[in-house]
Design a protein around this ligand. Structure first.
Ligand code: UDX
Ligand code: UDX
Ligand code: ADP
Length: 480
């Protein structure tokens, strides 16, 4: 029986291994992590991450050919194939601070593999890492070699949260990069055999190591660039009276462009886009390509601009002050169908409003109060460390309350901001909400889940990203 061990039981490692175990009953899969609380949760009824379909999948294989353990060294030493899917935070100090990936967790995982291995291993990069990381890892492993043969592969993961299980069941492609030597090709074949249990052969792409590493950064950069492009257009739509939904629809009809990933929003979030682009920028700079670096930097600048613009719109339309005013925040996760808040635009918007002394009442169906408080008191880039190493908030932010009901959040609020496109926000009784708010009552829809015309009929002053403004908003222009 082939034995797989995955180091890192996070958003990538957990779901990916659950799908491998489910599709390959002949393979034993063990997911290991240094975080005791994470592993305890994976072994309980309350999994550490929320992902549609994940609970059933884990229950169907756990204890059969899928295991979760903190005994990292034992399972690594027994495995034939080791996936590494540990954190790769952005460096906050030293060389490359604010841009370069911090490979400390990766390096420590590699050294541990070298320490405990007694048999040959295929070591697979699953976390997104800078181009040429595989080469560095290879050096650590081979310099500590005790007669063990290591083959390094890059097998980046393209799943998106909220749809992870579907994405893993039916991937657009599986990408495997490896050395062009006979041993490298054999390792690629071994991993291909795992995926071939359920992925059609023509969807499994094999490349050299660096192409695989770079393709992941490139794919995320292209996706994020589409969002910044449509968001930049949304600002122009508001200024000219065009409607971004109509423009996106018309543009997306061109089959060369396509309709996906053209939804204007308050900004993209998530653990990958910003981090990967910063990484790409850093790699370009290190390779003497400042023009290329600046091109990609602009994608992040537009994303920051979009979040700032949203805050400015709120403050300016509410008579230039939100000081002491209650503002309801509906949704905190970075997208619907996940409890993940990493780099969620809600953090920047909330911090912006708190900076203007607003009182926030926050509701998200999947995010805990502890998480929200931690996010609002954490510094930029500090989030990407194992849960138990994250700085705990010294005290909770006093101007923030977290509630478990959208109506409760909205009661007595001067304004309501929609930050995540949860389906339930489409079906709220907005008349009831309106009646419970002081007047004028405002809605700022950062995800275009509601039709602003309908909200205006109820009596709201309604702002939607990239949609024609009503006369109130036109009279109170936001200074960007
Ligand atoms: C373009 C638009 O495609 C068309 O819809 C619009 O009506 C007019 O502008 P055109 O300029 O005739 O049409 O040709 P197009 O095929 O878009 O190519 C434009 C340039 O881009 C060419 O120089 C082409 O060589 C280049 N190109 C195109 C690339 O360098 N790479 C590509 O992948 C595609
Ligand atoms: C992304 C990539 O899609 C995935 O392939 C990669 O493996 C990891 O990074 P993820 O971050 O989980 O996945 O979610 P995604 O659906 O890409 O959304 C990222 C952000 O962009 C979210 O904040 C989302 O709300 C936003 N978004 C997405 C938009 O604002 N508009 C869109 O049209 C699409
Ligand atoms: P991703 O979204 O890429 O899956 P996560 O932060 O959700 O990232 O998961 C990474 C996991 O890796 C965390 O649970 C963390 O505790 C774990 N981890 C980090 N370093 C090590 C290590 N050296 N050994 C085992 N697990 C590790």
């Amino acid at each position: 029986m082939v034995k797989i061990c995955c180091i890192g039981a996070g958003y990538v490692g957990g779901p990916t291994m659950a799908v491998i175990a489910h599709k390959c009953p002949d393979i034993k899969v063990v997911v290991v992590d240094i975080s005791v609380s994470r592993i305890t949760a994976w072994n309980s009824d309350q999994l550490p991450i929320y992902e549609p379909g994940l609970d059933d999948l884990v229950k169907s294989c756990r204890g059969k050919n899928l295991f979760f353990s903190t005994d990292v060294e034992k399972h690594v030493s027994e495995a034939d194939i080791i996936f590494v899917s540990v954190n790769t935070p952005t460096k906050t100090r030293g060389l490359g601070a604010g841009k370069a990936a911090d490979l400390a967790y990766w390096e420590s995982a590699a050294r541990m593999i070298a320490d405990v291995s007694k048999s040959d291993k295929i070591v697979i990069e699953k976390s997104t890492v800078p181009v040429k990381t595989a080469e560095a890892i290879e050096k650590i492993l081979t310099h500590n070699n005790k007669g063990v043969n290591y083959q390094i592969l890059s097998n980046p993961e393209f799943l998106a949260e909220g749809t992870a299980i579907n994405d893993l069941f039916a991937p657009d492609r599986v990408l495997i990069g490896g050395r062009e030597t006979p041993e490298g090709q054999r390792a690629i074949k071994a991993l291909k055999d795992v995926y071939a249990h359920w992925v059609p052969e023509e969807r499994i792409l094999c490349t050299n190591l660096w192409s695989a590493e770079l393709s992941k950064l490139a794919a995320n950069a292209f996706l994020a660039q589409r969002i910044s492009s449509v968001n930049a257009m949304s600002a122009l739509c508001e200024a000219t009276g065009a409607d971004i939904t109509q423009v996106s629809h018309a543009v997306g009809k061109d089959t060369r462009i396509g309709h996906k990933f053209l939804n204007a929003s308050v900004g993209f979030g998530g653990s990958c886009f910003q981090k990967d682009i910063l990484n790409l920028v850093y790699i370009c700079e290190c390779n003497g390509l400042p023009e290329v670096a600046n091109y990609w930097k602009q994608v992040i600048k537009v994303n920051d601009y979009q979040k700032n613009r949203f805050v400015n719109r709120i403050v300016s339309s509410m008579f230039n002050t939100v000081s002491g005013k209650k503002i309801a925040i509906l949704g905190f996760a970075f997208k619907k169908d996940t409890g993940d808040t990493r780099e969620t635009p809600a953090i920047d918007v909330c911090k912006g409003l708190l900076g203007d002394k607003a009182n926030l009442s926050i509701y998200d169906p999947q995010v805990t109060e502890e998480q929200i408080q931690r996010d609002l008191s954490m510094n930029k880039f500090d989030w990407d460390h194992p849960v138990h190493l994250q700085p705990m908030s010294p005290s909770s932010v006093k101007q923030v309350s977290v509630v478990w009901d959208a109506y409760e959040a909205a009661k007595g609020a001067h304004g309501l901001c929609i930050m995540t496109e949860w389906d339930e926000f489409k079906n709220l009784d907005y008349k009831k909400i309106y009646d419970s708010m002081p007047k004028p009552a405002f809605v700022f829809d950062g995800r275009n889940v509601m039709d602003p015309k309908k909200l205006r009929e109820i009596g709201f002053i309604a702002y939607s990203i990239g949609k024609p403004l009503d006369s109130w908003l036109k009279d109170m222009p936001a200074v960007a």
